[in-house]
Design a protein around this ligand. Structure first.
Ligand code: GLP
Length: 255
């Protein structure tokens, strides 16, 4: 695991952008896994502004809320299109996003796994972290070997989403998400976290024991996982000085 501590959210995005750019240069038909959430927004803005030719890039995403179709403004698919994909030069046939309105979720999950395999596997997976330590929608207790599947959401996650739903309108209680096993098969992982609310989950992911109670801690098994944090998200790490020293003495990110 490589932990990179940056002063603020914009520098987190700049470092992540540099890493994504170097991956794209090395492999123009990169298979890129996207994450939803506030954290990657500054990275996505940089990707849009760079006006790159991404027509060869294949895109997948981590998760979706069950019951929401792609046109629902609260769906993750809509979020990713509005905040990233619609502003990029991409080939529509290369974009494969999970659908929350699939009739048969188990079948949708199996065909998603097959599509990832057919693309040759994910080269670079962007990740955020939930307050409860989840990655994707793999809530605490998820098998560390889990695959893409429907998953019941936890109370803290429901509370986070309730804000986006009008009063009286039910928040989806289920998701469809890549599994932890699916995520760990990506060749490279890029976990971004900003803000003090992420300090404790990040401490448990980076320094805690590997446990399904903190799904993100499974990243400790991955041979190439970058964890890019701002000062606030890294505030509870006991070896902050070590990570800073390592990064300061590194000649290029991700090499
Ligand atoms: C959500 C999503 C994750 C996301 C995480 C963090 O529940 N399932 O994919 O990475 O929580 O979201 P945010 O970046 O908004 O804090």
């Amino acid at each position: 695991m490589e932990v990179i501590l940056r002063p603020d959210g914009e520098s987190v995005a700049a470092t992540a952008f540099e890493l994504v750019l170097s991956a794209l240069k090395a492999k123009p038909n990169l298979v890129l896994g996207l994450a939803t959430g506030n954290t990657p927004l500054a990275l996505y803005r940089r990707l849009r502004e760079a006006r790159l030719d991404l027509r060869k890039v294949r895109f997948f995403n981590l998760d979706e809320l069950v019951g929401l179709g792609p046109r629902d403004p609260r769906s993750f698919q809509h979020f990713l299109r509005a905040n990233l994909l619609d502003g990029l030069r991409v080939t529509p046939g290369n974009v494969r996003l999970l659908r929350g309105d699939a009739d048969d979720l188990e079948q949708a999950a199996a065909s998603y796994e097959a599509a990832i395999r057919k693309a040759g596997g994910i080269d670079l997976q962007i990740l955020g972290i939930g307050r409860n330590g989840h990655i994707g929608f793999n809530e605490p207790g998820s098998s560390l070997g889990s695959r893409t599947r429907p998953k019941t959401l936890e109370a803290t996650t429901l509370a986070d989403y309730a804000r986006g739903f009008p009063a009286g309108k039910a928040v989806p209680r289920f998701s469809i998400t890549m599994g932890i096993g699916t995520i760990l098969e990506a060749r490279r992982l890029l976990l971004l976290a900003t803000g003090g609310a992420k300090a404790e989950p990040i401490r448990r992911v980076v320094e805690g024991p590997v446990t399904s109670e903190v799904p993100g801690s499974a990243l400790q098994f991955h041979p190439l996982a970058h964890v890019i944090l701002d000062e606030a998200a890294g505030a509870r790490l006991s070896r902050r000085d070590y990570w800073k020293w390592v990064y300061a003495n590194k000649w290029r990110v991700g090499q």
